[in-house]
Design a protein around this ligand. Structure first.
Ligand code: ADP
Length: 634
């Protein structure tokens, strides 16, 4: 993942909790409280067993601190039953505590997750368009999905695990120190050894698993390219070559996995041996302590029962030590996720609407470009081009007029339209609707007034109706009028379920021209005063082209229209044509004016009508230069 999504804080997890956790802190608090209450009683099992050993099987009668002697049965069997009852009771109560705790923490976690996800989605929607040019949607998706889920996993998994470790260590330590603090110090002597060994293995495990992940990633990338390019592979009979490539990477994966298995195979037994050593030491020294009295400098006597309790604790001491590594790991990946989430949220702070923005009221439909200069932000630029993409562009579109914008590819035509709908803001100059600078208007009112149809006709997965009435609450009459204006009514009626036919990825596949006409209909539903149309560059057949042109002609009739045209026939009848070359206005006039001028437009026209022989050499040279530049770009 790119390093751009970075929060400016080292404590991103905490920052997220502070931002979104407040309403649910009582749930987390409840979970914590339950944990605290049960911290010590939860570890009492081995102690009860210890007393039982002393009382039932030893010489002295069973006596338990804090428990009055009257409740303790006199017979051995009675005591046995009591102990069994207590152990069972502890287990049952522990179960209830855990249940309540898990529910409380779980509720905290999923509420938090939901809020973080929706808030992040909200900010993503408000991000300026430039963000999406620059970032693949997969990256944004991965933040909304994986990273947000990672946070939930952290709260329900990692934190719980951490608390388990703490409660084990604290609970066991409290009992051991209370029973015999001197022996406790001896018995815990092996713990640091286990910590060190664990640390050593955790480092190695992390390294080998990193290696595994990396090689698997490489393998995946390789499989993806060779499967998606299978046609090429077959056509060039490159199967043996591909097989060898895959085999070699797969072998790397295997090697990495072998190392991982190796480390893991050594890790667990080593831990066992160490804990076993601890148990044996505790047992021998403790046995001596019990039978011959405290050795050397030690003074506290010990019973067999206490030794049993100690052995039960020591046997499990390795477990929390191992858990620590996984808790640290969990925290690290949660912090990385929180970082990315906050990073996206921070990116949205470059807000696009002024605090004192005004609503565009009644729209006449005049559009003015006044000395407009604009360059894509440094980080967004995909070519090495220096300086602005459009420079000092001025022209005006009168209410109701249709103006075509034409010019060579990459001249900056689409960019001009995007500045009008404020996907980006101009660097110098201004774009005005009627008398208002678009930057002074509320985005809602601006986009209500200006219908924008982008180059790629996009349909959502859904019915024709949902797509056409998207973002508007209109009746069937309005919808059909829009469809008719876009010349889409005829083919929609032909669809298996009419307007209720599902289209898009998981529905009926429509042709490019049909998709475009549906998008046109979608814009028409809003009946915008100004229509901005970026003609699709993709190839459409002549019939479709004719249909699209007819539909365009019918929708432009009663509104201001700006059309970026790649097929000049689209704008042949426009009131005016503005020719853009290299970010500047090169020529302007009607189709006939421009042909008479015999300049850039006339050349472009000759290309389209196929009079290639008549093209001036200079123009051909330019086209070649441009094609070369595009080639070297890749
Ligand atoms: P046209 O519509 O005339 O083909 P565009 O307005 O799409 O041209 O593009 C003009 C120039 O701006 C091109 O050099 C293109 O590479 C660059 N450009 C367009 N969109 C972006 C973007 N989102 N980020 C960076 N550069 C862009």
């Amino acid at each position: 993942m790119s390093g751009e999504y970075r929060a400016d804080t080292d404590r991103s997890v905490l920052a997220l909790i502070r931002e979104y956790g407040r309403p649910y802190l009582h749930l987390a608090g409840l979970g914590l409280l339950l944990r605290l209450i049960w911290l010590v009683p939860g570890r009492a099992g081995p102690v009860v067993l210890g007393y039982l050993v002393d009382g039932v099987f030893g010489e002295q009668p069973l006596s338990v601190p804090l428990v009055p002697a009257t409740v303790i049965p006199e017979t051995q069997l009675g005591q046995l039953w009591l102990a069994a009852g207590v152990i069972f009771g502890l287990a049952a109560l522990g179960h209830l505590f855990q249940l309540a705790r898990t529910l409380a923490w779980g509720a905290f976690a999923y509420n938090l997750q939901h809020d973080i996800r929706t808030a992040t989605y909200d900010t993503v929607q408000r991000l300026e368009m430039g963000f999406f040019d620059d970032h693949q949607s997969g990256e944004v998706m991965s933040i909304l999905n994986n990273d947000v889920n990672e946070m939930e996993g952290f709260f329900t998994g990692t934190i719980d695990e951490a608390m388990d470790v703490v409660s084990f260590v604290v609970g066991a330590a409290v009992f051991m120190l209370l029973l015999n603090w001197q022996f406790a110090l001896v018995a815990l002597a092996a713990a640091p050894l286990i910590v060190v060994a664990n640390y050593y293995f955790a480092g190695r495990i992390e390294r080998v698993y990193g290696e595994v992940r990396e090689t698997v990633g490489l393998l995946n990338a390789q499989l993806r390219t060779s499967i998606s390019g299978i046609g090429v592979v077959k056509a060039y009979t490159a199967e043996p070559h591909e097989r060898e490539r895959v085999r070699s990477t797969s072998r790397d994966v295997m090697d990495a996995q072998r190392q991982a298995v190796d480390v893991r195979a050594k890790h667990y037994p080593s831990m066992r041996v160490l804990t076993g050593l601890g148990v044996v030491l505790t047992f021998s020294l403790g046995g001596y302590w019990v039978t011959a009295g405290p050795p050397g400098p030690f003074t506290e006597p010990m019973t067999a029962g206490t030794l049993v309790t100690f052995l039960l604790y020591v046997r499990h001491i390795g477990w929390p030590m191992q858990q620590i590594a996984s808790v640290v790991d969990g925290y690290k990946s949660a912090a990385a996720s929180a970082d990315r989430i906050l990073g996206v949220q921070n990116a949205a702070e470059r807000v696009t609407e002024r605090a004192d923005a005004t609503d565009l009221k009644r729209v006449d439909g005049r559009v003015t470009y006044d000395g407009v200069t604009f360059g894509y932000p440094e980080s967004d630029r995909d070519d090495a081009a220096e300086g602005p993409v459009v420079e000092g562009v001025s022209f005006e579109v009168e209410p109701g007029e249709t103006v075509g914008i034409v010019g060579p590819t990459g001249a900056g035509k689409s960019t001009l339209l995007k500045l009008l709908v404020r996907f980006y803001d101009v660097d110098r100059g201004a774009v005005r609707v009627d008398e208002s600078d678009v930057r002074d208007l509320t985005l809602d009112s601006l986009r209500e007034a200006v219908g924008y149809i982008s180059q790629e006709p996009f349909l959502f997965d859904g019915t024709v109706r949902e797509n056409v009435t998207y973002g508007a609450d209109v009746d069937d009459g309005t919808m059909w009028t829009a469809l008719e204006r876009a010349e889409a009514d005829a083919f929609v009626e032909e669809l298996p379920e009419g307007v209720d036919t599902t289209v898009g990825e998981r529905g009926v596949k429509l042709s490019g021209g049909q998709r475009q006409r549906l998008c046109l209909a979608r814009a028409m539903v809003h009946d915008p005063a100004i229509l901005v149309l970026d003609e699709a560059t993709s190839h459409v057949d002549n019939e479709t082209e004719a249909l699209i042109q007819r539909s365009v002609a019918s929708v432009v009739a009663d509104r201001t229209t700006l059309v970026v045209a790649h097929r000049l026939s689209t704008v042949r009848d426009a009131d005016r044509i503005v020719v853009i070359d290299d970010g500047r206005v090169a020529e302007r006039g009607t189709h006939d004016d421009l042909l008479d001028r015999d300049g850039l437009y006339a050349d472009l026209w000759r290309v389209q009508v196929g009079e290639v022989q008549a093209l001036p050499d200079e123009f051909v040279a330019r086209i070649e230069a441009r094609a070369d530049a595009l080639d070297t770009d890749d």
